[in-house]
Design a binder for this molecule. Structure first.
Ligand SMILES: Cc1ncc(COP(=O)(O)O)c(C=O)c1O
Length: 305
């Protein structure tokens, strides 16, 4: 029997009846660029994350790139990321052509998150070589990073924090959803994510009005007012049809995440006596992990697969 890794059609069957009339409305209004549906999703997503602002963008990689650009970093700049992440976390940095940056990879801990002790000792020995520094915790596989530790280190060593929340929509730590903690946070809405569009999309959250204004300009050529360009930006706006899709899926996200948790608990139970399979661990500091990926560690991976 073939079982799909991720059957996205099941999600469509649930949202179809609510999406279709909104598409009809969109075509009637024809406000295809930065229109009503975009601001509705942004408002709802900010509310969901508990942040003041959210800005829809073209994809998660661009969300990271725009977030970094909005921070207006001084050169030389150190950008610290976990060694264990998707390539886009690192790739986004390389698009900042005006910045003299150094990318540092820090190994992960048993929860696959950036290791706080290694991060601390790296900062102790190296922070002084840069004028600015950004820590990018990645809430990998849906498990939140220890944000208390990261924020303490960021304060001590004068670093900014950009959360890469692309794999953790709805995950909770310190009783807040991820995306709330950093100066700014980037989410991918790639179709296979826990909150996924029907194509490419991404979203940025922040509590800073200054960053919010800059991000809105950066996604729109660097323009906050039509035909006025404050700085060099990109055309990285969110597709309006995607905004409608993810806005409808957002209503189901907590329930869908809870279903993932139920399934993960089943796996945990069934695998608990398998000595050769290391199942995901939950750190004591988290409130909710949302199992974007149920990753196991085994010695003979290919055979096991
Ligand atoms: C951790 C992480 N960061 C960034 C991205 C990039 O997102 P996108 O594919 O939407 O550009 C992804 C997913 O693809 C991701 O998993």
């Amino acid at each position: 029997m073939e079982i799909k890794f991720n059957d996205l059609f099941k999600q469509w069957e649930i949202i179809e009846k609510d999406v279709n009339p909104r598409l009809e409305e969109l075509f009637k209004r024809s406000d295809f660029i930065n229109g009503k549906a975009i601001s509705e999703f942004e408002k709802n997503f900010a509310k969901y994350c508990g942040t003041k602002f959210a800005v829809g963008v073209s994809n998660g990689t661009d969300a990271l790139k725009i977030s970094l650009a909005a921070l207006e970093l001084e050169s030389p700049c150190g950008i610290i990321i976990p060694a264990n992440t998707f390539i886009a976390t690192a790739l986004a940095i390389t698009y900042l052509s005006d910045l003299n940056y150094e990318i540092v990879l820090i190994d992960c801990d048993e929860y696959y998150q950036i290791d706080g002790d290694l991060l601390e000792s790296y900062l102790k020995n190296n922070r002084k070589k840069w004028k600015s520094c950004v820590i990018i915790p990645v809430h990998l596989f849906g498990h939140p990073t220890d944000m208390k530790r990261v924020l303490e280190l960021a304060k001590t060593f004068e670093c900014l924090v950009l959360e890469d929340s692309s794999q953790a929509h709805g995950a909770i730590v310190l009783n807040k959803k991820v995306g709330y903690f950093g100066d700014i946070s980037a989410f991918s809405l790639y179709p296979g994510k826990n909150l996924g569009a029907a194509g490419d999309a991404g979203v940025i959250t922040t509590n800073s009005e200054e960053l919010y204004d800059r991000v809105k300009s950066l996604r729109n050529y660097g323009s906050s007012k039509k035909y006025y360009y404050d700085f060099k930006g990109w055309n990285n706006r969110m597709d309006t049809i995607q905004a409608i899709i993810v806005d409808e899926k957002l209503k189901h996200l907590d329930r869908w995440n809870d279903m993932r948790i139920e399934i993960a608990n089943k796996y945990n139970n069934l695998l608990k006596n398998e000595k050769n399979i290391i199942t995901p661990k939950m750190a004591p500091y988290i409130n909710k992990q949302i199992y974007h990926i149920y990753a196991v560690r085994v010695k003979n991976r290919d055979k096991f697969q």
